[in-house]
Design a protein around this ligand. Structure first.
Ligand code: NAD
Length: 240
């Protein structure tokens, strides 16, 4: 079980007020980590801030101190087709899902590359939330979200290569549909849900804890030689 032990580690989870972020922060605490939770919503126990606001992120990370693990989980969707989505909506989705993830990653990496007791960079692990929508055109129009998540997959590779010399690993998970507030419109639409299940070979969709488990794996010692990958947690969706 040492492979999944985060004792003594400081982890930051963004978008931690609910859903996958909350499940991940809770699991990390069970694994022994000291967890700082960031969310745009002013919920007790959270640092309330917008991941797309660089100055706010710098302030938040300064307050937290040395960071060993970052989970870039905060994300939004505006499910409108290309002809209807406004420029402001498009920019906000890209701003949170891609630019916010980039900003948090570089603020965290500056902390992780600082020398530890042995004089070498202390290193760390970053885990990004991509999506099966980053690998496919999806099953309904969602262009801003799909563009943002496709970019997260490739930014994960780029940052993995750039940060490797500091001992920082960068990976991502790509969930299929998971029941959260974000996906309530899908889970309450019987016809759409039926379509989702037709694309789900295992016949069962993951819960938030299944995604948190994959994030824990990538964040901890079990994945010490894994970097630059995006791990689908998709019940076989992408295998087609
Ligand atoms: P959710 O809506 O339940 O939770 C997202 C959290 O992020 C919320 O607490 C929200 O307040 C916070 N947040 C949103 N914008 C923020 C910002 N600018 N700054 C700080 N916090 C912000 O969503 P979820 O389903 O738990 O999704 C979490 C992540 O997983 C997202 O990146 C999402 O794209 C990804 N994902 C979810 C699914 C799914 O089916 N639920 C599938 C694939 C990927």
């Amino acid at each position: 079980m040492e492979l999944f032990d985060l004792k003594g580690k400081t982890a930051v989870v963004t978008g931690a007020a609910r859903g996958i972020g909350k499940a991940t922060a809770d699991l990390f605490e069970k694994a022994g980590a000291n967890v700082a939770r960031i969310d745009i919503d002013a919920v007790p126990g959270m640092i309330s801030a917008d991941v797309a606001d660089e100055a706010a992120m710098e302030k938040a990370f300064k307050k937290i101190g040395g960071v060993d693990i970052l989970v870039n989980n905060a994300g939004i969707a505006v499910r409108k087709n290309s002809l209807d989505i406004t420029l402001a909506e498009w920019q906000r989705v890209i701003g949170v899902n891609l630019t916010g993830l980039f900003l948090c990653s570089r603020v965290a990496a500056r902390s992780m590359k600082q020398p530890g007791k042995d004089g070498l960079p202390r290193g760390g692990a970053i885990v990004n939330l991509a999506s099966i929508m980053g690998f496919s055109g999806g099953i309904f129009p969602n262009p801003a979200y799909q563009a943002s998540k496709g970019a997260v997959v490739n930014l994960t590779r780029a940052l993995a290569l750039e940060f490797a010399e500091f001992g920082i690993r960068v990976n991502a998970v790509a969930p299929t549909f998971v029941r959260t507030d974000l996906t309530a419109p899908i889970f309450t639409d019987a016809a759409l849900l039926e379509k989702v299940m037709r694309h789900t070979p295992l016949g069962v969709l993951p819960e938030v804890d299944d995604i948190a488990a994959a994030i824990l794996f990538l964040a901890g010692p079990a994945a010490r030689c894994i970097t630059g990958v995006t791990l689908p947690v998709d019940s076989g969706y992408l295998a087609r």
